[in-house]
Every structure is written in C-alpha cells, then in structure tokens.
Design a protein around this ligand. Structure first.
Ligand code: SAM
Ligand code: DTB
Ligand code: SF4
Length: 358
C-alpha cells in the first residue's frame, strides 16, 4: 500500500507569521495573499494568532438598542433607516433617557457586558448629544461598558462624550475606498476617517469595521481590511457585518455572499489586527451554527446578543445560549484594561445568570 503524504506543502505565498506584533504597515498585496490562502490554512493561521492574545473559548457580548430610529438624511444603500429609501420603517424620535436605561438594565440582567446605542443621524445636534451623554452616564452607573453610534462627530462632540464616560464609539468605514461611492453618496470616505480621528483624539476607544455581501468583489474586501489595518492605531473593536438585505433599499436584491468568504474576512481581520476584538456582527440570523463556529475558530470573539440589532433580526437569546453551550464557549464580563482575564469569564456550563442559561 502506498503511504499517503500528509506533510505540509511548501510555504504558501502569504506573509509569514513568526511574529504577530501589531503592525499598521500592511500592504494590499500582503492582505490579498492572506485571502488567497487555502481556506484551512487561513483559518489555522488566524486561530493561531487569536490564541496568542485571547482565550479562544471566550466571547464578549454586547446588546444593541436603536435610540432614534429612521428618517435619516444619509443615503447609505444598505440601510433600512435612510429617508431616501421606501422601506416601510416607522421613524421615531430620540427615546427618553429612563426608557433607554431600563433596556440597558434588562440587557445587563441577560448577561451583556456592553450596551450599544445607535441613532439614525447624519451627526448629533447639541441638545440631543446632552441626552445621549445622560444615557452614557446611566449605562456606566449600571456597571456596563457604553458604546454609541451617532454618525459624524466633530472634535468638541467627541470630547463631550468622553467627558460623559463613553467607552466606545462605533463608526464604520463600511467598504473599500473604491467601492464606497457605489453605496453612499451623502458623505465621503474622508468624512468617516475624520470622525474616527476625532474619536481617537478624544481618548475614546474606536469601534470600526464594515459590511460584506454588498456586491463588492474580493479586492474591495482587501481594500476594506487594508484601510482598517493601516489606521494610525487599530480599532479596539472591529465589527464585520454580513449585509442584512432590506426590501426597498438599493442593496436589498444583492446575491448572498458565500459563507466561507465571510469566514475568510473574519480570519484576515484577526491576523492583521491581532490585538483587536473582532465582532461577528450583523448577519448571524441567516447564518448556520456551523458557519458561526467557523467564525469563532477564525478569531471572532465578540457578538451582538438579543433578538434585534437596530431594526433587523438577530438570533433569539435561547438559540445563542444553546450555541455557546454546544461550543463550550464562555461569555466575558466587562473587559478590564489590558485584555481578557479568566476571572472575567462565565463558563457556559455554570453561567446561570449569564448568557449561557444553564
Ligand atoms: N447613523 C449612524 C452611522 O451610520 O454612522 C449609526 C447607525 S448605522 C446603522 C451603524 C452601522 O451599521 C453602519 O455603518 C453599517 O456598517 C451597519 N449597518 C447598517 N445597516 C446594515 C445592514 N442592513 N446590514 C449590515 N450592516 C448594516
Ligand atoms: C455595526 O457594525 N453593526 C451594528 C452596530 N455596528 C451599530 C449595526 C448593525 C445594523 C444591522 C441592520 C439593522 O438592524 O438595522
Ligand atoms: Fe443613516 Fe446610519 Fe443608516 Fe446611514 S447607516 S442611513 S447614516 S442610520
């Protein structure tokens, strides 16, 4: 009988991973080479990078709330909340602070360590910003991390949020610089980078990622990761969203992205931004448990938890509890400076009050 050769093939053409030191000088060619790796090789490398800095059995969970829904003046082609698209979504005013805090408390009781509040604004007005600051203060008082996403911010607005105790600001670049104009015309890529610089300058943690499955090609996913991984400092949190197709939006009829290409995007984000939390964000509702498991293997270590994202569906809590338990994964409490800590994990088997529901 002929012996089967199971030795590793000669080096695949992609950057070596002798060192996973955080680098901000990634080239597009290097990132393309990572995407081009055979799938199992890419995921293996990403998993290796992941476990050098993180416990691969832990996942951070955040809960989202839309505090001001719909009627947005921006024309983002994917978004249910844009006033430019007929999506049938009912617009509403900014929620009252106490109502938001009641939702935050419920999220905390369900096991979330971070509460993220989103508003469908181009940028916040001063009076509204004060209300959001009161929400941030209330969320902090509950012992949770706070995150908001309010559109563009100037330097003064970012400083005001920092003063209120804001931990994270979410502002996505969404896609590559080249594909961006196909998706949004009412604000520029540079506008987004300027907001990110104001947030960073104010000392707030940056949450910045993008969306895949918008009809972009592989070079756009390369360009998106390249932009993120060459920011002067990597975002602390990198949400990778699978497009949630919304009827009535220009992107509502796009073909679905191959799930393995989604996993590849997670893996390349993990390898290029080794110290960041990589969030498996929108799109889990339409994803198999097995695809999600591959995302965790490829280095995703954060999810949104709860039945709704901002306006679209997310897996129900019971499903997620079962999934995390089946995978033997644990949920993190608030992550202290310096990264994760075993003391901050709930074990899936015994986190009765956590997300895992045993
Ligand atoms: N209006 C603010 C802004 O755009 O900066 C904050 C809210 S906005 C909904 C936050 C992010 O959610 C967007 O930048 C986009 O990346 C993501 N998002 C929105 N709609 C989505 C969809 N249908 N599918 C996937 N991601 C989506
Ligand atoms: C992010 O990157 N994804 C979240 C959060 N940041 C604010 C939003 C996803 C929204 C999905 C579409 C919706 O529910 O309206
Ligand atoms: Fe408005 Fe944000 Fe939706 Fe764009 S993504 S339309 S800015 S709510």
């Amino acid at each position: 009988m002929t012996a089967i050769d199971i030795s590793r093939p000669a080096a695949f053409s992609a950057p070596a991973l002798e060192s996973d030191d955080v680098r901000t000088d990634w080239t597009r060619a290097e990132i393309q080479a990572l995407f081009d790796l055979p799938f199992t090789e890419l995921v293996f490398r990403a998993a290796a990078v992941h476990r050098r800095r993180f416990d691969p059995t832990q996942v951070q969970i955040s809960t989202l709330l839309s505090i001001k829904t719909g009627g947005c003046p921006e024309d983002c082609g994917y978004c249910s909340q844009s006033a430019h698209h007929e999506t049938g979504l009912k617009a509403s005013k900014l929620m009252e602070v106490q109502k938001v805090l009641a939702e935050a408390k419920a999220a905390k009781d369900a096991g979330a360590s971070r509460f993220c509040m989103g508003a469908a604004w181009r940028s916040p007005k001063d009076q509204d910003l004060e209300s959001v600051c009161a929400m941030v203060e209330g969320v902090k008082a509950l012992g949770m991390e706070s995150c908001v996403t309010l559109g563009m911010l100037n330097a003064g607005q970012a400083l005001r949020l920092k003063e209120a105790g804001l931990d994270y600001y979410n502002h996505n670049i969404d896609t590559s610089p080249e594909y961006y104009g196909n998706v949004i015309t009412t604000r520029t890529y540079q506008d987004r980078l300027d907001t990110l610089a104001n947030v960073r300058e104010a000392g707030i943690n940056v949450c910045c990622g993008g969306i895949v499955g918008m009809g972009e090609d592989l070079t756009d996913r390369v360009g998106m990761i390249h932009t993120l991984a060459t920011l002067p400092q990597h975002p602390e949190s990198v949400p990778i969203n699978m497009l949630m197709k919304v009827d009535g939006t220009p992107l509502g009829g796009k073909d679905a992205l191959d799930a393995l290409d989604f996993v590849r995007t997670i893996a390349v984000a993990r390898i290029t931004m080794p110290a960041s939390m990589v969030r498996l964000s929108a799109g889990r509702e339409g994803m198999s448990d097995e695809t999600q498991a591959l995302c965790f293997l490829a280095g995703a270590n954060s999810i949104f938890y709860g039945p709704k994202l901002l306006t679209t569906a997310n897996p129900v809590a019971d499903h997620d509890k079962r999934l995390l338990a089946r995978l033997g994964m644990t949920t993190m409490d608030v992550v202290e400076e310096g990264g994760t800590d075993e003391d901050h994990a709930h074990h899936a088997a015994d986190a009765c009050s956590g997300a895992c529901g045993h």
